[in-house]
Design a protein around this ligand. Sequence first.
Ligand code: C2O
Ligand code: CU
Length: 536
Amino acid sequence: MKITRREALRLGLLGGSFLLLPLGNQKPAWAQTRLSPQIQRFELSFHKPPVLEPVRRDATTDYYELTMEKSLVEILPGLMTEIWGYKGKIPSIINGISPGPTIRQRGGKRSDGGRQSVVRFINQLGKDANGEDIQTVTHLHGMASLPQYDGHAEDLIPPGYFKDYIYPNDRAATIWYHDHAIDKTSRNVYMGLAGMYIVEDQYELSLPLPKGDYDVPLILQDKFFATDGELIFDDRNQRSSYGDVILVNGVPWPRMEVANRKYRFRALNASASRNYQLALSRDAQSLTIGDKLIVIGSDGGLLSEPVEITTPFQNLRIGMAERYEFIIDFSQYPLGTQLFLRNVGFSGSIDNDARTHAIMRFDVVREEPDDSIVPDRLRAVEPIPLSEVARTRTFRFERNQGQWKINNKTWDKNRVDANPGAGDVEIWNLVNPGSGWVHPVHIHLVDLQLLDRNGISPRPYEKGWKDVFHVGEFETLRVIAKFGTRDGKYIQGKFMMHCHNLVHEDHSMMTLFEVGKGGPSPFSAPAQPVSTMLPL
Ligand code: C2O
Ligand code: CU
């Protein structure tokens, strides 16, 4: 099918964060010449990241410990790859892994059994290839943490240091921990420093959704490997970083054996610069008709009601750092059916590497009973009343003079660009005035709602709580949030907002906002030397 770029824009096919090239143009030289070792797709077994066990629990809190270290792992068959991963209390795993282990944490209101957590991150990464210390920061993306536990980009953990982060777990959602070190986040996350963190609460556990083995993380990343298996990080002159191997939970193009029943998938796009547009299909190369993803959750938890994404006319766009949860009901397929999670790309862009257009395969291999149900009403998402809006602010995300900027400014840890009062409701206009790039904008601390995109109502699956917004070419998004209050408590202080194309973030599309006045400093709980560390 031939399609012009203008038509594609109209059809909403251009979800990519990639540089769009006029049709007919050749791919840039690097895209033609450099390829990772070509492995067979859909042959390696699907793998679920293991769940981390707490090292201790007390009446209110669960304590976890993760050590960040280098390890050698087999990602491509027969080749060893150095990753920067996480090691912790996980039965039968002794080396660092990436993605890190999943933390499954009981949260929600204290009165409903909600628990706080403390996660100790120990940096044993040592030095990089240039002999420089690998400094790291951990941000738990989606958690309303106090400023000193939020992973401020300059609150660094040097090698040989550790930091205990305290997390309130105030609401149920699929969130994730990842490195946030100033100027180095894209490299550090690419090398492996990311993992999933799932908060569950009483209400969500009481729903009849698929649970246990049928509740499955899907962490999507793209990587580029040298012929000897080495991970190559190339940010293309501080523009973007892409790989031609698609990994799910660290495994290239896996194949997952499933029963003929419903599964809940928690998709996280942990890629540096790549967007995906997900669709289910019975064919690896094309889109079949009528296959469905039933979206039930977004960044900040369950949607108010399920949203069906039906192949071939719909897809689920998941930009960098976004999370979407969906159900696939395999009961409609006979045993022996193969289904593909496809990434519906667009020709004419560097994203048109055909091998990246499929992500994984599901093989329906066995019969099993299924008592799970997808309720018609999931969890009420109350709109934030427009009548409470105290003020509106505008942030423009653009590139000029070789830098990625917000309102024409680059990062400065001493500058605050917005100061909502604690408890204030504000509308923020997120503007991408140009073409060529999209910016997935992430606002720390708050759960927000998307009001509209160029005045048009958001896609149905974007109508829940979110903390990352795909700001496309020539788009203005209006997002609304109540700042600094969660679960009836006020949180004040300085928090980051940035583009989550990690290369843009590093150079240096990131700024600070401050909620209220006089909150704790982000630097008030600095990392400590491992030599002084006491057991948790
Ligand atoms: Cu997922 Cu400020 O980051
Ligand atoms: Cu960007």
